[in-house]
Design a protein around this ligand. Structure first.
Ligand code: ATP
Ligand code: MG
Length: 575
């Protein structure tokens, strides 16, 4: 992109993008079967493979918390999802109706997600750990018609207010029995036909509503359409190296977008064999799973990677990781330290990539074969035009490489959001001058690699410097005692803001004044005195969203005694 004449650069880049978009999406269409004018995610992910003679290929290896295991083929999935679609229609539900799920990562969740899409209804998965209030708010916003959950979760979290949600017509309960007023899914599925003619959904038919993580404020309900499957097919292959038969493990829960886009759709569309683990993070279990299942491609998140890093490196040396061929990470900035650690332990780096609930798919990535620059999110995906921009009086100005500004994308890729539910004005504010504005600050280097700086709201202005929390956090976790760090700016009369850090420690270290001084000293050496934190506070945990993102706004609100705002996605934390 030209660096100074922005009016000319806008025209030039648009023309280039149009040409490459066309080629890219034409290539993506070749990956799927969709006839013109009709497309359905579930058909492309499941039934297409059966039609093409791959019904016996393994689609899912499910690992139960209790050590049980279930292998499901594409043929099994086609039948189970058809049964689920038939259950929905038997209860008078219609295309467009909203189906919510609230349960752990059990096979029924995957049948429900794909069965809903196959029948042309709209799916929203929720984290099973949400409390009653966040569940209720989301189901109200999404006008839920159906909920699929377990008897236990229903009793604990739904029963008390169910009658106050008149849109809710049907509650399906996993298993053979159901509380009064609900329907047991087991017998309903058993009695339903395993045949179903996929609904004739169109490219713009709504398919999924995902709620954002709530890192910066109240979660938004983001609407995605069936055409998104094109981008999932394409990006699964391009960014994650998913090909038929690949043994793939995405550790994300479908309660956030990664667990659906790349934990259900992209892998199945690419006919991989995917691992679904019902259990939560456990170091030995994870390492054992990689070894025993011979995982080839692993997609995880910085919070999990940092948990692995906390353990003794010896723990890893007991396992054979030779099956791994590609590792990727998303959700938060991946500290350079984590990339280097992964090279040591797994013999290859975690490849960071960047995207959002709104973009529906990976936009910026360290793709297979690319040189990884530790700390960088990688380059824009083929067909995706990304720029660093600044708002000025009369619109947006593209910034030169090396300058920090807002990360913007040229809309037009198939998995882009189509709406924020009931928040049209907010949706409209995301677009300006033909760009989608991400709300994240970043910098692009002259090789085209993007470097994350922070959320627009998290930038710290101290003594004339602009400081992104990520660079300070990354410097802190280089210190051998520090496991995780969250950095914020606090108002200060002389400096404007001062940098303050919260850290958790690695096993074997205990908080002390001396350690605090040592950590600050290390940060001063790495970052310089102006940017290094003035104060380092020790914590047992940092406040995080359920998708594993550090909630800096909460650290700041607590520090300043301000209201905490929406904390519906907060994991339990101690202060
Ligand atoms: P909310 O929008 O409700 O505040 P959220 O933005 O955290 O929550 P998500 O859509 O789940 O909700 O997360 C997308 C955001 O996560 C991105 O905008 C970015 O800030 C952060 N993110 C994702 N991947 C990366 C990455 N590789 N490096 C840095 N940040 C990332
Ligand atoms: Mg966001």
């Amino acid at each position: 992109m030209a660096k100074t004449d922005t009016s000319r650069s806008r025209k030039a880049t648009k023309a280039a993008a149009t040409r490459s978009d066309k080629d890219t999406w034409a290539a993506a269409y070749k990956l799927i079967d969709a006839p013109k004018g009709a497309i359905n995610i579930a058909y492309e992910a499941v039934d297409r493979h059966v039609q093409h003679g791959h019904g016996d290929d393994t689609a899912i290896i499910w690992l139960g918390k209790d050590g049980s295991r279930q292998d499901l083929t594409y043929g099994d999935l086609a039948q189970a999802t058809a049964r689920f679609s038939n259950v929905l229609l038997a209860h008078g539900l219609e295309p467009g109706d909203a189906v919510f799920s609230l349960m752990g990562r059990v096979p029924d969740l995957y049948f429900a997600a794909l069965g809903t899409l196959k029948a042309g209804l709209v799916f929203t998965p929720l984290f099973s750990a949400f409390g009653p209030e966040p569940i209720r708010t989301r189901m109200e916003i999404g006008s839920a018609r159906v909920l699929i959950t377990t008897a236990q979760l229903y009793k604990r979290k739904i029963a008390a207010w169910r009658s106050e949600l008149p849109s809710l017509k049907l509650v399906l309960i996993v298993g053979d029995t159901a509380p009064e007023g609900c329907v047991a899914l087991g017998p309903a599925m058993a009695n339903a036909s395993p045949e179903f003619v996929t609904a004739k959904t169109e490219p713009d038919s709504p398919a999924l509503v995902h709620f954002t993580s709530g890192t910066t404020g109240k979660p938004k309900g983001v609407v995605h359409v069936h055409n998104a499957v094109l981008y999932h097919a394409f990006s699964g292959r391009e960014a994650l190296d998913l090909t038929p038969g690949t043994i793939y493990w995405c550790t994300a829960d479908p309660g956030w977008v990664t667990g659906t886009s790349y934990g259900i759709i992209a892998p199945l569309v690419n006919r991989v064999c995917m691992i679904v683990d019902e259990a939560e993070f456990d170091l030995d279990r994870w390492y054992r799973t990689v070894e025993q299942e011979k995982v080839e491609v692993w997609y995880s998140a910085p919070t999990a990677i940092r948990m692995m890093m906390r353990s003794d490196a010896k723990a890893a040396s007991a396992y054979d990781f030779s099956s791994l061929r590609f590792l990727a990470s998303v959700g938060e900035p991946l500290n350079p330290e984590a990339v280097l650690w992964s090279e040591q332990v797994f013999g290859q780096p975690f490849h960071d990539n960047w995207w959002q609930t709104e973009t529906g798919g990976i936009m910026i990535a360290n793709r297979p074969g690319m040189t990884v620059k530790p700390g960088s999110m990688g380059k824009a995906m083929p067909g995706i035009e990304a720029a660093i921009v600044e708002r000025d009086g009369d619109g947006l100005r593209a910034l030169a490489d090396g300058k920090v500004g807002e990360l913007a994308l040229r809309p037009g890729w198939p998995s882009m959001m189509r709406a924020y539910l009931h928040e049209q004005a907010r949706y409209d504010r995301c677009f300006e001058d033909g760009w989608y504005l991400s709300g994240d600050l970043a910098m692009r280097d002259t090789d085209g690699y993007f470097w994350f700086v922070g959320r627009a709201d998290d930038l710290i202005k101290t003594s004339g410097h602009l400081v992104g929390p990520f660079e300070v956090e990354s410097a802190l976790i280089e210190h051998q005692a520090v496991a995780e760090a969250g950095v914020i700016g606090l108002p200060d009369e002389t400096a404007g803001e001062i940098v303050k850090a919260y850290v958790t420690l690695n096993p074997g270290y205990t908080p002390s004044e001396e350690l605090e001084r040592d950590i600050r000293g290390h940060a001063r050496k790495t970052l310089g005195p102006a940017v290094a934190p003035r104060e380092v506070i020790f914590r047992n945990t940092l406040p995080k969203t359920r998708s594993g993102k550090i909630m800096r706004r909460l650290l700041k609100a607590r520090e300043l005694g301000l209201p905490e705002g929406d904390i519906s996605t907060l994991e339990t934390d101690e202060t």
